[in-house]
Design a protein around this ligand. Sequence first.
Ligand code: NAP
Length: 253
Amino acid sequence: MSELAGKHALVTGGGTGIGLAIARSLAAHGAIVTITGRRLEVLEAAARDAPAFTALQMDVCDPASITAATDAAVARNGPVRIMVANAGIAEGRMFMHQDRAFWDDVMRTNLTGAFLSIQAAMRSMLTTDWGRVIAISSIAGLRGLKGASAYTASKHGLIGMIRALSEEHMRDPVTFNAICPGYVDTDIVSRNADTIAGKMGLSADEARQTMIRANRHKRLILADEVAAGTVWLCLPGSDSVNGQTIEIAGGQV
Ligand code: NAP
């Protein structure tokens, strides 16, 4: 498959979970893929035996790191044509137990980090004749998630930013969309299961079952299923999908 041959894709948080599945799927369609994150060793392990991958350290909470990594990616692989803003943290805490530092940490990573990394990628993308910006939001970007108001607000904010960007760049050859997964089988869910178990006196498996039950088809979504929806937004025939939220949420509405 070579529909994306030669196109440079940058995936933040591309060394693990959903980001890695997206990076692999983009590469399978011919893209050259830069994967970024804070842990270089994780990225390098993911890039081993993957000739289409470039692994670069980038902390989306650090503007200088975003600029340096994006510049290095563009110098190596050319203008960014596909930007997947996937890096995120999914910390939960009841509203009255959140302090300012907790709130700021979630916003800095999930919302400000996406703003800064998308803006950096768009500097080269807007010099070209085709681009895609895809934000990995969440079903929590569309509805309230109990015990996770900061996460919910950050993911709603991401969708608002994507919708505004699609309006602002309607005449440019770039589309802006958000993917909204339900519970996906990745490290975030495993970590949350441990946290919920600790707080509610459940076993980790019982806590995991509460998340499985939240997906109406009663199983965790696969990262590859999220990747398939993301890559579809980059393939021929997707030009008129712009400013949308694509729910990959196992029937959650
Ligand atoms: P994950 O494996 O923990 O992925 C999160 C990625 O983000 C990691 O690769 C991590 O890499 C990176 N990251 C976190 N903070 C960062 C920072 N400050 N700078 C750069 N990279 C950072 O979990 P995942 O489930 O694949 O999550 C990916 C995205 O999907 C997140 O935005 C999450 O909110 C969203 N999502 C997940 C689910 C789910 O059920 N799993 C559902 C809806 C939405 P480093 O730690 O190396 O930096």
